[in-house]
Design a protein around this ligand. Structure first.
Ligand code: C2O
Length: 526
């Protein structure tokens, strides 16, 4: 068991990932941020210095998909597990690499990762399908030339209309058509380049690190064999094009069926159909070169045929975990939860999840409140008159001592949403339209994920997804839509799990210090 140490400085600078001058949030001067790499079971320690200025802003880092068993305070969510790291302050994240496979880290402060604060994580573990070459992370993200706070200020507010997404990137690169912008723009900024070996098997770690759109990923003339989804290894299956929702990861194997001297396009298309905001230049490219090919040449291959149908992942019956884990026979408690989009009292659109919208109180995170003795805590579902220590807009669901939790989630909205639960891989028991018939798909080995898509529905025929998890991880776990604008518009609920087992005395003192420096900074910077 090793400890992997990282030391990061977060700053904001003008760079041009796609040729267009943009103010970007960087980790140690890099966009996307540096790779974190560890072995399963290692400790990871990341020292984060917040050097964000003009404007000064807080920050936090969330380690997407890490379950943070026994370290819920390292989950990196401001107003939930911690206060933000104030400008000029430092915080040290320490946690165990408790899952293996491919993931990413990102800021959880407002929609800050839209502005660049994200990067890849690889946790090495057992391999269930052999391969020859690890190509490493292939990060896909939609990209704005506008500051994230301006994007959020406009998105879905009434009026003005949303700020269009500008581009789509693969590992932080893509060219941009300078005719589409008034900003300083250098044409032909260049694309990411990969090298394949003929006859070898390559592992690509696909990550949708975007903020808004589903990605349809493919490599011309090549087949993709999916071997892992999120942190779950699966029975391998083939696909020409893989659909990846925001926050999701797909590990794919690609056989080097090309020959020396050949080059092919790798493509990731932002699905206009599946997003609430359209993208000016939705189709990202990267180049795949075989040996003896001029790496300055452009491939001239054509795309695999693909017809956009729905906005879902591969159907549940096709995705089977390699290692079966069975849910309990009957869930200890079941909750129905609907999502919606409403106009609030000030005329703004906000999302609701379970009837309420979420608003973070950065100065008062929920975790230290979780086990205050003698206080009645109730699910904030509007049906109870009991007092809760949680403000109504923290949208907390207290599941008490229940040993397992089942959620029946319904979507009457005409857009599909990538939903993410912190702290767990959940079983996805069923998905469909209308009313769930109680049947579990792949009942002997249901799929598990940390980010799943709930289909688009209508008010007359809502879509549903049924998930379940074992309440074995005491903590306060956000459950939210991973589209950053939607999260910012309150599309989040907090799952309070076994509060009796979150001993307050274990919460590291550094978290208090963080709140004190945040209080001081926020009081003088309103
Ligand atoms: Cu990847 Cu709550 O986020």
């Amino acid at each position: 068991r090793m400890t992997r140490y990282y030391e990061w400085t977060i700053s904001r600078e003008n760079i041009a990932p796609d040729g267009v001058d943009t103010s970007v949030i960087l980790v140690n001067g890099q966009f996307p941020g540096p790779l974190i790499e560890a072995d399963w079971g290692d400790e990871i320690q990341v020292t984060v210095h917040n050097q964000l200025s003009s404007p000064g802003e807080g920050t936090t880092v969330h380690w997407h998909g890490m379950t943070q068993q026994a370290t819920p305070w390292m989950d990196g969510v401001p107003g939930v597990s911690q206060c933000p790291i104030a400008p000029g302050s430092t915080f040290v994240y320490k946690f165990t690499a408790d899952q293996y496979g491919t993931t990413w880290y990102h800021s959880h402060y407002s929609a800050q990762y839209t502005g660049g604060l994200f990067g890849p994580m690889i946790i090495h573990g057992p391999t269930h399908v052999p391969y020859d070459i690890d190509i490493g992370p292939v990060m896909l993200n939609d990209w704005w030339h506008t500051n994230y706070f301006d994007v959020i200020a406009h998105d879905l507010f009434l009026p003005p209309s949303p700020v269009l997404v500008d581009n789509n990137l693969i590992n932080g690169k893509m060219s941009f058509n300078c005719g589409l912008t008034n900003s300083t723009c250098t044409p032909n900024a260049g694309v990411s380049k990969f090298t394949f070996e003929p006859g070898k098997t390559h592992r690509l770690r696909l990550i949708n690190a975007g903020s808004e759109g589903m990605q349809r990923f493919s490599i011309d003339n090549h087949k993709l064999t999916i071997i892992a989804i999120d942190f779950i290894t699966v029975a391998p299956f083939e696909s020409d094009v893989v659909s990846i929702g925001v926050g999701q990861r797909y590990d794919v194997l690609v056989n080097g069926t090309g020959h020396p001297g050949e080059a092919y396009w790798m493509r990731s298309n932002y699905s206009q159909k599946c997003a609430s905001i359209s993208n000016l230049q939705p189709n990202a490219l990267a180049a795949v070169y075989y040996p003896e090919t001029d790496h300055d040449s452009s491939p001239n291959s054509t795309a695999n045929p693909y017809v956009e149908t729905d906005c879902m992942n591969e159907p549940l019956n096709k995705t089977v975990p390699f290692i079966p884990i069975l849910p309990p026979d009957a869930a200890a408690t079941t909750k129905e939860m609907e999502m919606n989009l409403i106009q609030n009292a000030t005329g703004h659109l906000v999302f609701t999840l379970g009837g309420s919208t979420f608003r973070a109180n950065f100065n008062k995170p929920l975790l230290p409140l979780a086990n205050l003795p003698g206080v009645v805590k109730t699910p904030n579902n509007g049906t109870s008159n009991e007092t809760s220590i949680y403000a109504p807009d923290s949208n907390v669901y207290d599941f008490g001592k229940h040993s397992s939790i089942r959620l029946i989630l319904t979507n009457p909205l005409t857009l599909a949403h990538p939903m993410h639960l912190h702290g767990h891989n959940v079983w996805v028991l069923a998905e469909g339209m209308g009313k769930w018939d109680g049947k579990v798909t792949n009942a002997k080995n249901p799929m598990r994920r940390d980010t799943f898509i709930i289909n688009a529905g209508t008010p007359e025929l809502p879509a549903y997804t049924v998930i379940e998890w074992v309440a074995d991880n005491p903590g306060v776990w956000p459950f939210h839509c991973h589209v950053t604008a939607h999260t910012s518009l309150g599309f989040m609920a907090i799952m309070l799990e076994r509060p009796d087992l979150i001993p307050k005395r274990q919460i590291p003192k550094e978290l208090d210090h963080l709140c004190k420096s945040w209080d001081a900074w926020s009081n003088s910077n309103v």
